[in-house]
Write a protein that binds this ligand. Structure first.
Ligand code: F2R
Ligand code: MG
Ligand code: MG
Length: 314
């Protein structure tokens, strides 16, 4: 399929695609695969019959807003500015992971958050919290894959110092960068570029298998958990399976159950970066919350990030 999305539409599609995937997935976070398949016949069934009421986003979008704002103001990850964003945006009702919550609360109270990030879990967190928020890095550094890799690492460090937590963020950021840069996805090149950058077999192995994925029934083999290794490749694989459909990509991700908001947030960001904002169903976009830092704010933030990209590229 040849697409007509402008680059600005892709920036907006990425951030709103993340928010809609997160907010729709949030209704089902923690449900089993069986529960999902008992209630929905297919991805289309879920997308066409979302739960009633507003789509309220979670920590995934709230932290991605902090990353996007840092990049649009600073032009790169600046640790202190990023931590201030995480701390000032923080709303504990948005469903944060336990380690992330402890680290951000330490930031808010001026305590030693770096110590907590390193020691709350042995070796640091390998949760998917760095991967779920990293998409804006892939957008701003889309022309520089080394830059994507390094900036994604820097964006992870305030909360996720474990190598697997960091590398999960790096592959999602690179997937966004590549998706935003091609009109026709070459799955072989896409997955090969991702796998060849990875230091860990935990990622390079599944990415190699995701390249050959043909049927949605096998998507769950990549995992549906809260660990970065059980979710980042899953999201990328969901996109690779149905690159021409935002609906199918996030619908299939959510039907897996488990960490539905986060897998759909990551898959939705990659899909939105590829297809542009018009690929997001308007009935879902219309239901996305639009108060403080809601839909209108996120759209403007994506446009600001695009402006920063244009200035940097000149
Ligand atoms: N936390 C949730 N969902 C559960 C509750 C939501 C509920 N609906 C509510 O409203 O309260 N979702 C969010 O958390 C995930 C991102 O988590 P993040 O930011 O990575 O946090 P954390 O705490 O660092 O890691 C998450 C879990 O991973 C395990 N873990 C991580 N590192 C570990 C290590 N070194 N050793 C052992 N376990 C480790 C722990 O179980 C952590 O709690 C997203 O799903 C987001 O949506
Ligand atoms: Mg969440
Ligand atoms: Mg989650």
């Amino acid at each position: 399929m040849s697409k007509v999305a402008s680059l600005e539409d892709r920036f907006v599609g990425c951030l709103l695609g993340l928010a809609v995937g997160d907010a729709l997935g949030a209704f089902f976070e923690g449900q089993s695969t069986d529960y999902m398949t008992r209630h929905y016949r297919s991805a289309a069934d879920l997308i066409n019959n979302p739960p009633p009421g507003e789509l309220w986003y979670t920590d995934d979008t709230q932290m991605a807003i902090g990353v996007a704002r840092t990049l649009s103001v600073c032009g790169a990850i600046e640790e202190k500015y990023l931590c201030r964003q995480f701390a000032s945006n923080y709303d504990p009702n948005r469903g944060y992971g336990g380690g992330a919550r402890a680290v951000i609360e330490a930031m808010r109270h001026g305590h030693d958050h770096k110590y907590l990030a390193a020691d709350y879990f042995p070796g640091g967190s390998f949760g998917n919290g760095a991967a779920m928020r990293v998409a804006p890095v892939g957008l701003l550094f889309r022309d520089d894959h080394d830059g994507v890799w390094e900036q994604a690492r820097l964006s992870a460090l305030p909360t996720h110092v474990h190598p697997l937590g960091i590398e999960g963020a790096q592959i999602v950021a690179l997937a966004v960068a590549m998706a935003s840069s091609v009109d026709q996805l070459d799955r072989g090149v896409f997955f090969e570029n991702l796998a060849s950058r990875c230091a860990s077999l935990e990622y390079s192995g599944p990415l190699g298998r995701a390249r050959r994925l043909e049927h949605v029934r096998d998507l769950g083999l990549f995992g549906n958990g809260i660990e970065a290794t059980a979710s980042a490749v899953t999201a990328i694989a969901a996109f690779g399976l149905t690159p021409d459909s935002y609906e199918e990509t996030i619908g299939n991700a959510i039907l897996l159950g488990g960490d539905t908001d986060t897998i759909a947030a990551m898959a939705g960001a990659i899909s939105g970066a590829y297809l542009g904002v018009r690929a997001i169903p308007s009935h879902l976009l219309g239901k996305l919350e639009d108060r403080h830092q809601g839909r209108t704010y996120i759209e403007q933030l994506a446009k600001n990030l695009y402006e920063k990209y244009v200035q940097t590229a000149e």
